[in-house]
Write a protein that binds this ligand. Structure first.
Ligand code: KPL
Length: 327
């Protein structure tokens, strides 16, 4: 039986979007945030105001309950960390921030806590399965488009779809039971206006999204352009094709069905999202570390394990890791 309350770790665009849409649908949530500076207190509870602009351009202010995920050493805040057990958690941090974020709240995780990993890239869910074998790890992938111009505002810019499923882990858990739980999560989240589905074969969907991110995101950083502009650069298209060929080989070797022409699929996504600034380019422009290690880096590691060379992905992973931050 699911509880009607979710903790959300990671108050970026997607974490905040889900918190606000949950609030609207009467699903209770608590945002676990690092800094209390943007929150205000009311009757011993702390809230963060988020002004949301919806797809139809209507606006609504939300007051989302928050708790600090880490004791503030900067402000010397006396605010004590909650010890209430976390039964249901959405991990919506950037992939490279996951480990530290989970470590900060690890002592609060209930013994059989449900954790839904919802982020770009791959590898974190598997890491958590190994580190927290008692917890129940699920994965979700979303194509909702949202961005946060400021910490207290959110723009829901593009309608997308969210898919939830269970990632089998060396047969430790009962696949049937866990699949039913994933279906219940999808059903509960369907109370929101978001388009949410259960996927029996979530691994396939995660890999397809990974392939798209591998072939678009680092190229937008390399060429400092939006997604659509890649299609007008012959050099970028050539590289995109090579990245896709390597991905197709790795996916086939892993027994993952890849679209028969991944390159065509990727070009179509770049066309559909032509004016998007990819999440990796946004990180790069915001002087933040990128998720490259969990995107192309993941493919390089998979290739090594499978004995498949992935020179194009490797070169991109190296280049983006060391890319100069634009002035
Ligand atoms: O998922 C994306 C991202 O930017 O991370 C794409 C599909 C490339 C859209 O921008």
């Amino acid at each position: 039986m699911l509880e009607d309350h979710w903790y959300i770790l990671g108050a970026g665009a997607i974490g905040s979007l889900f918190a606000c849409q949950f609030e609207r649908a009467n699903i209770h949530s608590t945002l676990l945030i690092r800094s209390a500076s943007s929150a205000h207190s009311l009757a011993e509870k702390t809230f963060k105001s988020i002004a949301v602009t919806f797809l139809d351009e209507s606006k609504h202010n939300f007051s989302i309950q928050t708790q600090p995920s880490v004791q503030s050493s900067i402000t010397g805040s006396k605010e004590s960390l909650s010890t209430l057990p976390i039964q249901q958690l959405i991990l919506a941090t950037k992939a490279h921030q996951s480990q530290i974020a989970i470590d900060n709240i690890r002592s609060r995780l209930a013994e059989k806590a449900i954790i839904v990993v919802m982020q770009n890239g791959m590898g974190v869910a598997e890491q958590l399965q190994a580190q927290l074998p008692q917890c129940r790890i699920f994965v979700a992938t979303t194509t909702e488009g949202a961005h946060r111009p400021t910490t207290n505002s959110l723009i829901h810019a593009g309608a997308g779809e969210t898919w939830i499923g269970y990632l089998p882990s060396n047969g430790q858990k009962d696949y049937h039971t866990e699949s039913i739980t994933a279906q219940s999560i999808a059903k509960q989240w369907q109370k929101t206006v978001l388009s949410i589905h259960y996927d029996h074969n979530i691994i396939q969907r995660l890999w397809t999204k990974l392939a798209i991110n591998c072939a678009i995101n680092p190229l937008t950083v390399k060429y400092q352009c939006n997604n659509g502009a890649l299609l007008k650069k012959p050099e970028a298209l050539q590289l995109m094709e090579k990245v896709c060929q390597e991905l197709q080989q790795v996916m086939t070797a892993r027994g993952i069905h890849s679209p028969s022409n991944l390159f065509t699929t990727v070009k179509q996504v770049a066309k559909n999202t032509h004016s998007n600034i990819s999440s990796m380019l946004q990180d790069n422009r915001n002087h933040q570390p990128t998720e490259i290690h969990f995107i192309n880096g993941y493919i390089v590691n998979e290739g090594k394990t499978l004995g498949i060379p992935t020179p194009a992905n490797q070169a991109l992973a190296l280049e983006i890791t060391h890319v100069d931050i634009p002035k």
